[in-house]
Write a protein that binds this ligand. Structure first.
Ligand SMILES: Cc1cc2nc3c(=O)[nH]c(=O)nc-3n(C[C@H](O)[C@H](O)[C@H](O)COP(=O)(O)OP(=O)(O)OC[C@H]3O[C@@H](n4cnc5c(N)ncnc54)[C@H](O)[C@@H]3O)c2cc1C
Length: 380
């Protein structure tokens, strides 16, 4: 067993850290406050290869492994979890979904642009009446011979107002249940496809979340992903990898808050000494570091399993469940260590605390991760 990172991994982590500090940090408070999507920064992340991290270079990607993806996600999330969710959705849901299950034509037409950051992608599974229970799709995609007609509503869609390519899950044959669901590539601007208002959120406020409407949207048959009825499996398989990205996001939020708290505890004085010298504060730092390391091991194990081509359904669910819990708990501790300063925007930890909460909700709530894990445990 080797826990060390390769020279290449260390270089990738350094590049992501440097980008996060020099490019993401300067405007992060304003973007959060005003809910500004970082268009220019997304372009720059595309130039650095962060929008197609694991995509084969022949489709314009960086050809890196999942460990590299985790390292980049952690570094970006330490500073700006809104930017990192844009990266996560584009990489592990949209690019991965098309590269793994799409046709060569779909890869040439869409993946080559998504992997370079020329296009941004969205993944549209959730509906007003189908969140955790994703099999209850109300959106329909009726087969009309050479095309499908999509009708329905998707909500909570990340990159919803900013994407060029939308992967849309819809029910074709209700009698077949989840085996009658398909996934489609829908282009921005297709007639009948409308983008609703932007959500005003608690956290990740720089990301762009919208409800989408589909009114008789015609999608050519060649835009279906996989065989007829493959859509639900497509969504579940893709989300299994996506959860590694969100787990890495949670890890980054937690470690970013920890680093700020550690630094602060070494300069802030109370009762004649730096607060890190008070055992109550020092023990908080010890707990934070231990919990974050434990989360890191779960996240890295899930990434390693994916890179080995192993089934990672359980490991990614465990990584997300645990890392998101650590993110929530440890960002609260980071605010506490900052005292009153923790409660104001300037010190960043209050934003990290707000951002942490979403990691327990999207790409399957913590309760849904426990369903995945318990099924695996019982099945053996
Ligand atoms: C900011 C944001 C971005 C998002 N981005 C996307 C996106 O890009 N694409 C997309 O498709 N979706 C996206 N989502 C949707 C997200 O995945 C869902 O919100 C999530 O899956 C939960 O669904 P729900 O909101 O309908 O909650 P519900 O399913 O209504 O759940 C409500 C509560 O009940 C619990 N619960 C439900 N069923 C069970 C059960 N069987 N056992 C135990 N507890 C249960 C849940 O855990 C939760 O606590 C996003 C959501 C947010 C808030």
């Amino acid at each position: 067993m080797d826990f060390s990172l390769t020279e290449e991994h260390l270089m990738i982590r350094e590049a992501a850290r440097d980008f996060a500090r020099t490019e993401l940090l300067p405007g992060v408070i304003e973007r959060d406050e005003n809910q500004v999507f970082p268009d220019e920064l997304v372009k720059k992340m595309g130039e650095l290869g962060f929008m197609g991290i694991m995509v084969d270079p022949k489709y314009g990607g960086s050809g890196m492994d999942t460990i590299s993806y985790v390292l980049i996600m952690e570094e970006l999330s330490k500073i700006d979890a809104s930017a990192s969710v844009i990266v996560s959705v584009n990489n592990s849901l949209v690019c991965y979904g098309i590269e793994k299950y799409g046709t060569e034509e779909q890869k040439q037409k869409y993946l080559t642009k998504l992997a370079t950051g020329e296009y941004v992608g969205a993944f549209c599974l959730s509906e007003p009446e189908a969140g955790s229970d994703a099999t209850s799709q109300k959106t329909t995609a009726i087969d009309k011979g050479d095309h499908y007609v999509i009708n329905g509503t998707k909500n909570w869609i990340t990159n919803g107002g900013r994407s060029d390519v939308y992967l849309v899950i819809a029910q074709t044959d209700r009698e077949k249940g989840h085996r009658g669901i398909n996934a489609f590539i829908v282009e921005k601007g297709t007639p009948g496809f409308d983008i609703g208002p932007k959500e005003d959120k608690l956290g990740i406020r720089g990301s762009d979340t919208h409800t989408l409407q589909f009114n008789d949207v015609k999608v050519p048959k060649e835009n279906r992903i996989g065989e007829d009825g493959f859509g639900f499996k497509f969504a579940m398989k893709t989300l299994s990898g996506g959860r590694i990205g969100i787990a890495a996001q949670a890890l980054g939020i937690a470690s970013g808050a920890y680093e700020l708290a550690l630094e602060y505890s070494k300069v802030r004085k109370a009762f004649g000494t730096e607060i890190c010298n008070h055992q109550a504060v020092a023990f908080k730092l010890a707990d934070m570091y231990t919990e974050i390391e434990a989360a890191r091991h779960l996240v890295m194990k899930a990434a390693w399993e994916k890179d080995q081509g192993l089934n990672h359904d359980m490991s990614s669910a465990m990584a997300k469940l645990y890392a998101s819990k650590v993110a929530m708990e440890q960002t609260v501790e980071a605010v506490q260590i900052h005292g009153g300063n923790g409660f104001v925007k300037e010190y960043h930890v209050e934003r990290l605390m707000r951002d942490a909460k979403i990691t327990q909700i999207y790409e399957g709530t913590s309760e849904i991760q426990k369903i995945v894990i318990s099924r695996g445990v019982i099945k053996g």
